[in-house]
Design a binder for this molecule. Sequence first.
Ligand code: SER
Length: 315
Amino acid sequence: MKKRILIIGACGQIGTELTARLRQLYPSHKVIASDIREGDEALMQSGPFEILDATDYSAIEDVVIRHEITEVYLMAAMLSATGEKFPMKAWHLNMNSLFNVLNLAKDGKIDKVFWPSSIAVFGPSTPKRQTPQQTIMEPSTVYGISKQTGERWCEYYFQKYGVDVRSVRYPGLISYKTLPGGGTTDYAVDIYHKALKHTKYICFLKAETTLPMMFMDDAIDATIKIMDVPASKIKTRSSYNLAAMSFNPEEIAQRIQHYLPDFKISYQPDFRQAIADSWPESIDDTEAQKDWGWKAKVSLDEMTQIMLKNLKEKY
Ligand code: SER
């Protein structure tokens, strides 16, 4: 088999789980993990690893040539909350890493690219419920602007240069294996940790802030699936809407209280409230379902059971 995969940003929230899954599916030595820093022991022990700066074109090119890489998953990015603190850094990382990978594909050095977009491409003027694939997009965060711009460039590289780039707009992602960093949806991970450790959680969003969310296993399934289907099935070369569940802090807290009756939540909204308020409450992913047969499996209740069971073992 010719396929050799490079994951850039392999030590982050998504990258860690994506690398593990790809190493179950393909021979480990053909799945190269890379990041600006080393990852956890499981990741470091399970296959090849390269220290790699996603903004350094020649460093990526070197790894691609040395390992005869055919596909790149670009998971390195600065998320919404950190992006608001470091706008220029976020723009530099999010855009230059994408250009590096798109240009490698344009020059025929790799065959296929996965690049994630986000619900952050939507903004205050976007319809909030069941947000369609094509709609008004006026993102108000640096992160969102970088993702929307990235989507346009992906489409451009496909149209002009035939680059086989595939993308999904992830909702907030929840996992027990890895922690998110610097996002607005991070509360939905932290809440489970705090519920088990301290039986209380102070939420940085208001009780009624509904956002689209997804359990990590579903996100990894979608990622691998969109990369696996024949190119002819991919009708959207910007990025596909993806949906699983929508809830607000009060609803997730109630689900947790069902299993941990002593759990208490209180609210101290900070600057992330404005970011959350600019995003949709729910997403219509009909096109992804229709074009490449994707469908989420895990509900809020199932996710809560999985999260509490696995984190209980950890603590
Ligand atoms: N989870 C991301 C964030 O909160 C959105 O893509 O920034």
